[in-house]
Write a protein that binds this ligand. Sequence first.
Ligand code: NDP
Length: 311
Amino acid sequence: MSKPERTKVLIIGGGPAGYTAAIYAARAGLQPILYEGPEPGGQLTTTTDVENYPGYPKGVLGPKMMEDFKAQAIRFGAVVRSGLITSMEEKHPPHQLVVDEKHTIHADTVIIATGASAKWLGLSSEQRLKGKGVSSCAVCDGFFFKGQDVAVVGGGDSAAEEAIYLANLCKNVYLLVRKGEMRASHIMQQRVLHTKNITVLWHTETQEVLGTDAVEGVRVVNNQTDKTKTIAIQGFFVAIGHRPNTSLFTHIKKNRIGYIETKPGTSQTNVPGVFAAGDVQDSLYRQAVTAAGSGCMAALDAERYLHATAH
Ligand code: NDP
């Protein structure tokens, strides 16, 4: 059997946090290895224009920004690989990680930047029609519903963004909001309310997505009047938030809602040599710029840790 590979810094996740950690660790001469995971580029690859990342006065496309982050990390010597970390023994360093169930790596430090994934409503009809009209990503799948009618569930910034994106492509967009108000930022709410072909249905919950081999409609209920109605749609987009990707990390301490806990003001987890950055440890801010900032912190914390423990 071949000897396990050894690295000073292993980064799990190829979003803004992971790539920024790679840029900093590479520039510090640590030759980090980064595994991109199942969604290279992270959630930004499922968004269109990013208008709030400083330095881009005209905005930038999410996927393009992630390509730039990656190119910058590689330029300084980071090794970026595709592949999934399938297990991690993280009690104490060196941490043993297995890639794609076959390749073992021993890492002196690990930076967890695995992000968060979309939540689903949990209806069996939703699961059955996934990929047949049910989606969690308007940018990925909106094109298929050009000129058709669609619904978006949720009242946060994601739902507002998806609805606005789809309104450019589709005939009618129904935004299903379960309360009488939206959680989205003021500017996004205004955009939604001023887009002619978006109809906001307040106090509205989804009972069932209708259709056998493709979405044909949705049955909704008004939770104030208990009245149900069916809306004919071909696309059903779920935009109700995210869940952190932490199932791999059994010894890492998580908070009440499953996000990795870090020592305040640092990226340090409860396990020496393991650091966390980006959405996997942040349920509050969840922005590309805050993820990038915390990726920088994680690389600097890893560098200091390696120095202090003289690896
Ligand atoms: P949020 O957690 O902010 O919002 C989730 C929304 O989904 C809420 O309106 C919630 O309703 C609703 N919801 C949750 N569960 C259900 C359910 N089972 N049925 C119906 N509705 C449900 O998630 P987002 O993904 O929208 O945003 C997360 C963070 O990312 C936020 O901080 C946001 O600002 C940020 N973001 C920023 C963007 C930008 O700046 N361009 C773009 C996208 C996100 P309720 O209010 O009733 O709980």
